[in-house]
Ligand binder design. Structure first.
Ligand SMILES: CC(C)(CO)C(=O)C(=O)O
Length: 354
């Protein structure tokens, strides 16, 4: 790609995270964004999006290069990056099923340049089914995980995105499984690295604190420590982060849950100095002391519950539990959280279908 070429980037899921990072990429003048707005198409077309962010700067009525309602409509061209910013709710649909028009196009009309999928989503093992689907097609592809540490919310009926405080985005590529099928190909690691570097350079140019993770799996486990503890407890108690930190019992529960997750993480990952360092016992204190004890932040799982939307229970808790079962790690605390959250989740899914 020459410097003057503009890249096509598709962002599937235009909620707070998708819109914020789409806006950041747009600011570089190096990309044109196709936004797949499955539920907020009309709001975006009529009003545009107001962005309130000290890091990416404020903007009134931003509209991406184009907005479409469905993934089918977006599949009229190939993309350098396909950013998956929809919630990963495998009890409703899988990522390959949701992206199927884009995957069919890649399969039927493979571009010569690489297509990179960027998963800005929570959870453990959420990349597995996409990697598996991509291993069967001949187009050169890369899958990057992005772990977002950012307080961003869609407000005012989706007309405005607010982003407060610090922002960190930890990005790393996944090594693909061996190619299957007669014409399948696996891209050399250098291509994955180049694709990651290009993305990070663009995000940093826009003001993001994006950084490369030496290992995408470690980054995912580090992030799920927070989600499996804070997101679940805040959701079950319908409380702010500060509230669960304030009570000695719930603070201890956060610690105990994180200890279980750490045990599963260490059992699942290949032992290495990086695992010892990033997933040491000390990480729990680091996470707890990093939170403001007066925080009124509501984790996105709780926001989903408040809005009557299905939650990422399978990705966040189910993903850890599936790894725990494979490695024979007992998880009594996570089992209890999972059981409670699944009851709520069933109600949310049933009401959605009514
Ligand atoms: C860490 C955080 C708060 C986002 O940055 C999150 O993952 C969530 O609310 O689900």
């Amino acid at each position: 790609m020459s410097n003057s070429e503009v890249m096509d980037v598709c962002v599937v899921g235009f909620g707070a995270i998708g819109a914020l990072y789409a806006y950041a990429l747009h600011k570089t003048n190096k990309v044109r964004i196709t936004a797949v707005c499955r539920s907020n198409y009309d709001v975006l077309q009529e009003h545009g999006l107001d962005i309130e962010s000290k890091i990416f700067s404020d903007y009134t009525s931003w509209k991406p290069y184009r907005a479409v309602r469905t993934v089918e409509e977006a599949a009229d061209r190939s993309y350098a990056y396909i950013v998956c910013a929809f919630k990963c709710i495998s009890d409703i649909t899988t990522t390959p099923a949701l992206l199927s028009p884009l995957l069919s196009r890649l399969s039927a009309d493979p571009p010569t340049s690489t297509t990179t999928f960027v998963l800005l989503q929570n959870g453990i093992g959420i990349e597995d089914d996409l990697l598996e689907a991509l291993s069967k097609i001949s187009a050169p592809t890369v899958v990057i995980s992005g772990c977002c540490w950012v307080d961003t919310t869609a407000v005012d009926g989706g007309k405005k995105i607010t982003q407060h405080g610090n922002e960190t985005l930890v990005l790393g590529y996944h090594r693909p499984p061996p190619a299957s099928g007669p014409s399948a190909s696996v891209v050399p690691e250098q291509i994955a690295k180049d694709s990651l570097d290009t993305l990070i350079d663009m995000l940093r140019a826009a003001g993001s604190n994006a950084e490369a993770a030496p290992d995408a799996d470690i980054a995912r486990w580090r992030k799920v420590l927070w989600n499996a503890s804070f997101s679940t407890l805040c959701t079950l108690t319908r409380a702010h982060v500060g509230d669960v930190l304030a009570q000695p019992n719930s603070r201890q529960a956060l610690r105990d849950i994180m200890t279980e997750v750490l045990t599963v993480a260490r059992a699942s990952l290949t032992p290495s100095p990086a695992v010892d360092e990033s997933l040491s016992d000390g990480v729990i204190d680091l996470i707890l002391t990093n939170e403001n004890p007066k925080s009124v932040f509501r984790p996105s799982m709780l926001v989903d519950l408040d809005c009557g939307r299905p939650m990422e229970v399978e990705a966040i808790v189910g993903g850890v539990l599936r790894r725990a079962r494979v490695h024979g790690v007992p998880t009594p605390k996570l089992d209890l959280l999972y059981a409670g959250l699944l009851v709520i989740q069933k109600g949310l899914i049933n009401r959605r279908r009514d």
